[in-house]
Design a protein around this ligand. Structure first.
Ligand SMILES: [Zn+2]
Length: 108
């Protein structure tokens, strides 16, 4: 018996396409977004970006949160937490540095 669920129709030209395909082979219509990588190397890269370049990581966070894969969504949530931590750390360092400078001025 043939597995019907592996075949789907293109919304533009109604040609039957495979669910594994991201684009229609007949007209080239985008059928679905290719899944984002959830590999360890990719995760480390994204986490580093979101921590070092704090608000930039949110671009990845929203991309990953839109995925249906729960692992990808977890990456998105982790990126948001890391971004908040990085910003909090940045504020704390800036405050500590400013206080230190004021203390220097006071001693002279
Ligand atoms: Zn098509």
């Amino acid at each position: 018996m043939e597995n019907i669920s592996s075949e789907t129709a293109c919304p533009t030209c109604h040609a039957s396409t495979s669910v594994t395909e991201n684009f229609c082979s007949q007209c080239g219509t985008k059928l679905k977004e290719p899944p984002l990588s959830t590999s360890t190397a990719r995760q480390i890269f994204i986490y580093l970006i979101s921590f070092i370049f704090a608000p930039l990581g949110l671009i990845y966070a929203f991309k990953y949160l839109k995925q249906s894969n729960p692992k990808a969504r977890r990456i998105g949530i982790t990126v948001i937490i890391l971004t908040i931590l990085a910003i909090a750390l940045m504020i704390w360092v800036t405050k500590a540095f400013t206080n230190w400078q004021y203390q220097l001025i006071d001693t002279f």
